[in-house]
Design a binder for this molecule. Structure first.
Ligand code: FAD
Length: 325
């Protein structure tokens, strides 16, 4: 059944986040031959509309307003509800990001619809669209179908394939003027924590350190390895609690949930709360000097050894291999 599906594009530092393109990939599956309409909300977003179309949106609706220059839930909700009212979609897809986690339940509540959050796979079985999402910290998977009404889902970054960019694609771009009223919060400025390199939640490679890294300086070899692999550095809560790194790097139940292609866990024991944030990574490599460490239960490759010996050796070898490619 052909459906019209809206996809909210997420803009950060003037660029569309990769998860927005993955959301278009998901929306194409839900649309089942129908139209995918990209929605861009903010300020100075016109130039991004073409890129959204090149990644598969059939057309784009923009809502520009100086009150939307920074994300606020009530501002973005007003803008998006106006687009929904105009477009009357059969489906809506967001990224399961900090923004998506905040905005999607609010919109679902306002529309009185259901919401399937944190979807990692969408399948077609027996004529039904089946949405699969991890539950119990990734120990089990739940399958959901929508029997009637709006199909509203958020998708976990790095799980659903985006379509290949096609620069020859074109589509209509229209703007909708929305009067944004009575904002409860006005964000004057966003002061970002200094972070180097790749965004952890979208990184394809993560080198994570635990309490076994032993100090702030102990993270240096991990940063070096991450740099060579074009990846990001992450951490266990043990490392954050010990003040070896910032809490923004924490992965796990109370930190970020990540699904990179490659996760290298260095000096991390593999507590259940840590596994909750990374066990769905495609390939897991664990480096730990304790052969009984729990992390080896989920690892595809395990190296029993001292991380301060193993990590520099890996960096050295990757440098050679990657330079010769
Ligand atoms: P440890 O358990 O101390 O493990 C250190 C490991 O390093 C050991 O396995 C040791 O063998 C190894 N090691 C030591 N030296 C070396 C070396 N030189 N070379 C190689 N290996 C070495 N934790 C999270 O990570 N994320 C969360 O989101 C999270 N949320 C939590 C929520 C709650 C409600 C609770 C109660 C706990 C949570 N935790 C979380 C904490 C979790 O239970 C563990 O305490 C934490 O993950 C342990 O961190 P760690 O593996 O770095 O440290």
């Amino acid at each position: 059944m052909a459906r019209k599906v809206l996809v909210l594009g997420e803009v950060r530092d003037g660029f569309l986040r990769n998860v927005s393109f993955e959301a278009i990939g998901a929306a194409k599956q839900v649309a089942d031959g129908g139209k995918v309409v990209g929605v861009l909300i903010g300020e100075r977003i016109q130039t991004l509309s073409n890129e959204f179309i090149q990644y598969g949106a059939d057309r784009v609706v923009t809502v520009e307003n100086d009150k939307l220059s920074q994300y606020t839930s009530d501002g973005f909700a007003q803008a998006l509800l106006a687009v929904i009212d105009q477009e009357k979609p059969d489906g809506i897809i967001f990224g399961h990001t900090a923004l998506g986690k905040d905005l999607a339940p609010l919109i679902a509540g306002k529309l009185g619809s259901g919401l399937i959050s944190d979807v990692t796979t969408i399948e077609e079985t027996g004529g039904n669209l089946v949405f699969i999402r991890p539950i119990y910290s990734g120990k089990a998977f739940e399958k959901k179908i929508v029997t009637n009404g709006l199909i509203f889902a958020t998708i976990r970054p790095n799980n659903i394939q985006p379509l290949a960019k096609d620069e020859s694609r074109s589509g209509e771009i229209t703007s909708l003027s929305v009067d944004i009223k009575d904002l409860r919060t006005i964000i004057k400025d966003v002061v970002r924590k200094a972070s180097e390199g790749v965004d952890l939640s979208e990184a394809k490679v993560i080198v994570a350190g635990g309490r076994g890294v032993k100090s702030k300086e102990g993270f240096e070899p991990l940063k070096e390895l991450a740099k060579v692999l074009g990846g990001a550095v992450g951490a266990s809560r043990g490392a954050c609690d010990a003040d070896y790194c910032d809490y923004s790097l924490q992965i796990g139940q109370t930190g970020k949930v990540v699904t990179p292609d490659l996760y290298i866990a260095c000096g991390i024991s593999g507590a259940i709360q840590h596994l909750a944030g990374m066990s769905n990574s495609k390939v897991i490599v664990a480096i730990n000097k304790d052969p009984e460490a729990n992390i080896f239960q989920v690892a595809d490759y395990g190296i029993v050894g001292d991380l301060f010996e193993v990590v520099p050796l890996l960096t050295q070898e990757f440098k050679k291999v990657l330079v010769s490619v």
